[in-house]
Design a binder for this molecule. Structure first.
Ligand SMILES: [Zn+2]
Length: 150
């Protein structure tokens, strides 16, 4: 199973899960890929492997966060789709908890095996990772799902 960061012609970012690189190629060539947000089928791969920062993002006193826990790119995704996405994320990623920023860096700089991880990070840490060119995807995972292991 491989995960690609994809983007549509309307600049929506989302993840595509494929059984292999060939599977991705085939689906692209056959126009089987659609943006889950707008249905656009002009889909392109984005450069970075996704790292997931999930759960409640710690609030930084010096940088208050908006009250909405749902990142803007997910606000027009139905609850069902979001729940499915969260299911897949919980199933396919390794939970590194608070070590997330450190692990994401190690993977980015090739100091440890490349894999998909999830964990917690503050808004400040997420911004710092993004500035280093490490792509972090924030997903609103309900607290009751976080303790679940597969
Ligand atoms: Zn779209």
């Amino acid at each position: 199973m491989i995960v690609y960061n994809l983007g549509c012609a309307n600049d929506h970012r989302f993840e595509g899960w494929f059984s292999s690189a060939d599977d991705y190629e085939q689906q692209t060539k056959s126009n089987l890929l659609n943006c889950p947000l707008c249905g656009n089928n002009r889909i392109a791969r984005m450069p970075h492997a996704p790292y997931l920062s999930t759960g409640s993002v710690a609030r930084e006193p010096e940088a208050p966060q908006p009250t909405s826990a749902v990142p803007s790119q997910y606000t027009n995704v139905g609850a069902d789709l979001l729940a499915k996405l969260i299911d897949r994320v919980l199933e396919k990623t390794e939970d590194v908890g608070r070590a997330f920023p450190e692990e994401a860096r190690k993977i980015h700089y090739g100091e440890t095996a490349e894999r998909h991880i999830r964990g917690n990070a503050s808004a400040k840490e997420v911004n710092a990772l993004r500035e280093e060119g490490i792509d972090v995807v924030a997903l609103p995972i309900p607290p009751h799902r976080l303790g679940k292991t597969h």
